[in-house]
Design a binder for this molecule. Structure first.
Ligand code: NOJ
Ligand code: CA
Length: 653
C-alpha cells in the first residue's frame, strides 16, 4: 500500500517578493507554518491569492513540518532570442528570478528548490527535486499546486479526459463552475478586467496539467497513469513550469510568448528545418470520393499521387501529404489499427516511383503514420518507419493518434499522461536525428518545446476543419486565437473551397477560408481541399493561399474579443509584405483598421473580402477582390459577413 506524504512543511514563517522588471507584477513566496505558498499581484492588485504548493508522494514518510529555507538566490535576466520559424522572429526573455532552496530539519533532510520567474506579462515557477542519497526515485501521487483565483472570473474551457482528446468546442463558464477537469491553456478574465492564461511550459516526462476546482480553489489535476499515480520519476527532476500569463486585453494575450522563453535553446543543429505549405490526398476521403482503405475508390494510388504532384507543381505549393498509403486501413481502421504497418505500401501504391517523381519535380512528400494510438505497435516499427521515409527523401511526416486512449505497454493510457508525453517526445527526438519534421495530430498540447525541437513544425490538438459538416460553429475559430493557439501553431487544415459540399457542409464564407492562413499560424500549413477546387473554381482566391508564407517576422494583433472576432497582421520574413487576416462569429462586423504599423513605403493592397450580401449559410461564395495603393497614414474599412472573414496582402512597391 502507498503511504501518502506531504512533501512540504515548515515552522518557519517568511515572505519574499520578486518583482518584474517594470515593477508591474509581483510574486510572493510564502513559507508559513511548515507549508509553502505563493501569491501574485499585478498593479498592486491581487490576481492570484495565497495558493498552496507541494506534492503528495507515494510510499514515502511524511516529509514533515520542518521545511526551512537554507538559501535564496535572486537574479536578473534580459535577452532576446531568435526562433527559426514562427509568428515572431525575435522573442524577449526578460525576468527577475528567485530560487528558494529548502530542506527538512528532520533526519531525512530531503531537499527541494522552488524557482520563480517574474516577467512583465507572466509569472512562472517550477519545482526542482535534486538527486539525494535517500531519495532517488519517486512516484508522484498528487501535485498540490493551486491557482487561487476569484471564483467569479470567467473561463473559456474544453473538458479533459474525454474521448476526443482536445477536439471540443470552447465553452464559457465561471471559475466556480470548473468542477470537472479542463485542459490548459485555460484562459480567464478576472472581475477586475485582467486576462490570464493558466498553462505550463516545457512539459517532459510528466503528466500534463489539467485544472479543476477543489475546495473552492483551482488546483492542478495531473493526468494520471493507468496505475492511478501521476508520474514515476528518477531524480533529479524538474517539473514543467507552471505558467500564469497576465495581460490587459484578450488581444494582447494572443502574443504572449513567455511559454517559449521558458524553454531551452536547441542543443543541436536544426538549420535543415523548413516550414512547408502542402496539399493532400485527404479531403477527398472526408467528402466520400476516395477511401483510406484499398479498393475501387482508394485515394493513395500511384496514379492519384502523380496527379496531385503535378497539381502541386501547377499551384506552386511545395508539399503533398498522402494518407492511406500503407497496410492497415482495411475494414474498421479504428479497431484494426493494432497491426498497422509503417513500411509496407498497398499494392497499388508504388512508393519508390512516387518518391522519385516528387523529387524530380521539387515537391516535398509529407508521409503519414496513423498509429490509432497503438503505441506498442508503432514504437516497435519506429526506427524502420522513419528510415523508410528518410531513405526515400521524405523529410516531413504527419502522425496521428486517433482513438480515445493509447495502448502503451499493453495498458490503456491517456494521450496526455506521462507515458503519452514520453512517447511523443521519443518521436520528436528520433525525427530530429533523422532530419525529419513533424505535424502531430491528436498530439500532446504545446508547451513551447518547439523552441528546443524546431523540427516539430505543428500539431493539431483542437477541433479542426475535419469536424465541419455540422460540428463547427463560426465562433469556433474566434475562440482559438485566445485559447488553443496560446500553446503554439495548429494544423487546422485551412482552405476548404468546396463549402456547399453535401457530405461536409462548411460553416464559413469563402473569403474566411483565406483568413485562416493568417489567423491560425502553423509551421506546416495545409491547403486542404482537392486541387481542382483551386485551379478550376476559384483561382483568383487561391492566389492568396499561394502567396501567404508559413513563416513570419512579426505578428501584431489588431483587434478582437474572445469568441467574437480576431484581426491580426503578420509581416513576412523577407520584410517586404504584410498579411492581415480577420474572422468573425455568426455576427457581421465592419472593421476599421489603422495602418500605422506599416513602414514608410507605398504598398499595393489586395483585399479578399466578403461581399455585402455574403453569409456563411445562404451565400458563402459572395466575395470581392479589390486592389489599391495605400500607406501607413491610411486606414481600411473591411466588412465581415456572418461566419465570414477577410485576407489582405500588402506588397511593398
Ligand atoms: C485524424 C486526423 O486529425 C486527420 O487529419 C486524419 O486524416 C485522420 N485522423 C486519419 O488518420
Ligand atoms: Ca484530429
Amino acid at each position: 500500500m502507498f503511504k501518502w506524504a506531504n512533501l512540504f512543511g515548515s515552522k518557519n514563517n517568511l515572505e519574499k517578493e520578486i518583482v518584474s522588471p517594470n515593477g508591474r507584477n509581483t510574486c510572493k513566496f510564502i513559507l508559513k507554518n511548515g507549508e509553502v505558498f505563493y501569491q501574485v499581484l499585478c498593479d498592486g492588485k491581487v490576481i492570484i491569492d495565497e495558493s498552496r504548493l507541494g506534492f503528495l508522494i507515494c510510499g514515502e514518510e511524511p516529509i514533515g513540518n520542518n521545511l526551512k529555507l537554507i538559501r535564496t538566490t535572486m537574479k536578473k535576466h534580459d535577452e532576446i532570442f531568435e526562433m527559426p520559424w514562427g509568428e515572431d522572429h525575435y522573442i524577449p526573455n526578460k525576468f527577475r528570478e528567485g530560487a528558494f532552496y529548502l530542506t527538512e530539519s528532520t533526519s531525512a533532510k530531503r531537499i527541494l528548490t522552488l524557482r520563480f520567474r517574474v516577467f512583465d506579462n507572466a509569472v512562472a515557477f517550477r519545482y526542482e527535486i535534486p538527486a539525494q542519497p535517500k531519495f532517488q526515485r519517486i512516484t508522484i501521487a498528487d501535485e498540490l499546486t493551486e491557482f487561487n483565483i476569484n471564483l467569479n472570473s470567467v473561463a473559456w474551457k474544453i473538458p479533459a479526459y474525454e474521448p476526443d482528446r482536445y477536439e471540443y468546442n470552447y465553452e464559457k463558464a465561471t471559475v466556480s463552475e470548473l468542477t470537472n477537469s479542463v485542459h490548459t491553456p485555460l484562459t480567464i478574465k478576472t472581475p477586475t478586467g485582467y486576462y490570464l492564461s493558466l498553462h505550463e511550459a516545457a512539459l517532459y516526462n510528466y503528466g500534463s496539467m489539467t485544472i479543476k476546482l477543489q475546495n473552492q480553489k483551482l488546483k492542478t489535476d495531473i493526468t494520471p497513469l493507468s496505475d492511478g499515480t501521476k508520474a514515476h520519476l528518477a531524480l533529479p527532476f524538474e517539473t514543467p513550469w507552471r505558467l500564469i500569463m497576465i495581460d490587459n486585453s484578450a488581444i494582447s494575450l494572443t502574443t504572449n510568448r513567455v511559454m517559449y522563453a521558458l524553454n531551452e535553446a536547441p542543443r543541436q543543429d536544426f538549420s535543415w528545418v523548413k516550414t512547408l505549405k502542402f496539399i493532400g490526398i485527404w479531403w477527398a476521403m472526408y467528402v466520400g470520393e476516395w477511401t483510406w482503405a484499398p479498393g475501387e475508390r482508394h485515394g493513395a494510388t500511384t496514379r492519384h499521387a502523380k496527379e496531385y504532384i503535378d497539381a502541386a507543381v501547377r499551384l506552386g505549393i511545395g508539399g503533398l501529404l498522402i494518407e492511406g498509403w500503407n497496410n492497415g486501413w482495411e475494414g474498421d481502421w479504428l479497431q484494426n489499427g493494432i497491426n498497422n504497418s509503417f513500411t509496407e505500401p498497398t499494392p497499388d501504391f508504388n512508393f519508390t516511383e512516387i518518391a522519385s517523381y516528387a523529387r524530380i519535380r521539387n515537391i516535398e512528400l509529407v508521409g503519414h503514420h496513423e498509429t490509432v494510438g497503438f503505441i506498442d505497435n508503432y514504437e516497435r516499427q519506429l526506427e524502420a518507419a522513419y528510415d523508410y521515409y528518410a531513405k526515400n527523401g521524405v523529410h516531413y511526416i504527419k502522425t496521428g493518434y486517433a482513438g480515445s486512449q493509447m495502448m502503451i505497454n499493453g495498458r490503456r493510457e491517456y494521450h496526455h499522461s506521462q507515458l503519452g508525453v514520453l512517447h511523443y517526445q521519443k518521436t520528436i527526438e528520433l525525427a530530429a536525428k533523422k532530419q525529419i519534421m513533424l505535424d502531430i495530430h491528436e498530439p500532446i498540447k504545446g508547451t513551447g518545446i518547439e523552441r528546443t525541437w524546431p523540427n516539430l513544425l505543428t500539431r493539431e490538438g483542437a477541433r479542426g476543419q475535419e469536424y465541419e459538416g455540422g460540428a463547427i460553429l463560426p465562433s469556433h475559430a474566434c475562440f482559438l486565437p485566445y485559447t488553443r493557439l496560446l500553446s503554439g501553431g495548429m494544423d487546422y487544415t485551412n482552405g476548404i473551397f468546396d463549402i456547399t459540399n453535401n457530405v461536409k457542409r462548411v460553416s464559413t464564407t469563402l473569403a474566411r477560408q483565406l483568413a485562416y492562413f493568417v489567423t491560425i499560424y502553423s509551421g506546416m500549413t495545409m491547403a486542404a481541399d482537392r486541387p481542382f477546387m483551386y485551379e478550376n473554381n476559384y483561382p483568383d482566391m487561391f492566389k492568396f493561399i499561394h502567396d501567404v508564407p508559413t513563416n513570419f517576422e512579426m505578428t501584431i494583433p489588431l483587434a478582437g474579443e474572445i469568441g467574437e472576432y480576431y484581426v491580426v497582421a503578420r509581416k513576412s520574413r523577407d520584410l517586404k509584405t504584410w498579411f492581415i487576416g480577420g474572422v468573425t462569429n455568426e455576427f457581421p462586423r465592419r472593421m476599421h483598421i489603422d495602418l500605422d504599423f506599416l513602414e514608410n513605403f507605398v504598398y499595393e493592397a489586395t483585399i479578399y473580402a466578403d461581399s455585402p450580401d455574403a453569409h456563411f449559410r445562404d451565400k458563402p461564395f459572395g466575395y470581392e477582390i479589390t486592389t489599391r495603393k495605400i500607406q501607413k497614414t491610411d486606414s481600411l474599412d473591411i466588412y465581415m459577413a456572418p461566419g465570414g472573414g477577410f485576407a489582405i496582402e500588402l506588397k511593398q512597391l
